[in-house]
Design a protein around this ligand. Sequence first.
Ligand code: DAH
Length: 375
Amino acid sequence: MSGPDEPAVPNASESPAGLAVADLAAAQEQGLAGFEAATTLDALAAARTGHLGDRSPLARARKAIGSLPGPQKADAGKRVNAVAGALQAVYDRRRGELERERDERVLVEEAVDVTVVPSRPLGGRHPLTTLSERVVDVFVAMGWELAEGPELEHEWFNFDALNFLPDHPARQMQDTLFVEPEGSGLLLRTHTSPVQVRSMLDRRPPIHVVCPGRVYRADALDATHSPVFAQVEGLCIDEGITMAHLRGTLDHLASALFDEGSGEGLTTRIRPNYFPFTEPSAEIDLQCFACRGASAVEGAEPCRVCSSEGWIEWGGCGMVNPAVLVAGGIDPERYSGFAFGMGLDRALMFRHGITDIRDFYEGDQRFTLALGREA
Ligand code: DAH
């Protein structure tokens, strides 16, 4: 029996269930052991429910305080709180430890080794894409705009608006891939020139557009012909535009694309030709970038790139035919313009000594990788 000044130290025989010293000590000991033994956050949460939760021995002991005689309540409450505090402290520490362990594990397990070389083969950008972007860059640097049009085109844009007469041979089935149903007027565009017409109808002068894209012809596939190939078109319309502007622009393009920093100013030459959409019209030749024309002189070293011609055929050009300006909604009395169009495949073939145009369209990654970076 305790005296009046001594704290009540109840024992099992006189305390309600769970409040006896031994019971509380057991609850504390088991709780601490449970928390220490938990090796995962889930196990720790389960242990918390068992030792600190609503149905834990400690919770039952706390409830039992109510049935104690008044003077014993405060003391019992202190002892229950002491156990609860001790358990909570260990729980908190253990939780901190397990969270740190988890974070460290996640860092290791989810780490990405950026130095690993992928085991699948790397792709490369297609050399025609790279060259087309280089051409566009040359013009964008001069303030021109990129313009694109559909590959499935209407014959009005591809032929009529470009001043092809109804009986022009290009309109025959053997040259052009028409699209069914017959009479729909749809075809696969045979050149990038229809983008000129679309650009005129979309804009007001001054107009400066560069138009790269794929074009189609009813050609059988062989080493030098492909039914699909790549072109780039240019169109400039303003007041007072002359053929001198055209020459200057072509020379600049040739030098920017093929000079390789030599600063020698690779040049172009133009020869009379006929296109329905330009008047006058001309053929553009590119000075051979390998021999720079030297091989054409008698007795000189032969050149394999240009077959000792000194020049490489590059495309067509001319002053926009007034009939085309009218189709594009532009007043030919006030404005004039020049246009040019050239094949990209040919330029690349010369540049890299490629003898078979099919290499561009067969999708062999070794070809793409070898040329993609330097096109
Ligand atoms: N469209 C022509 C072709 O595919 C090339 C061409 C010639 C484009 C003269 C032009 C041009 O813009 O003015 O053969």
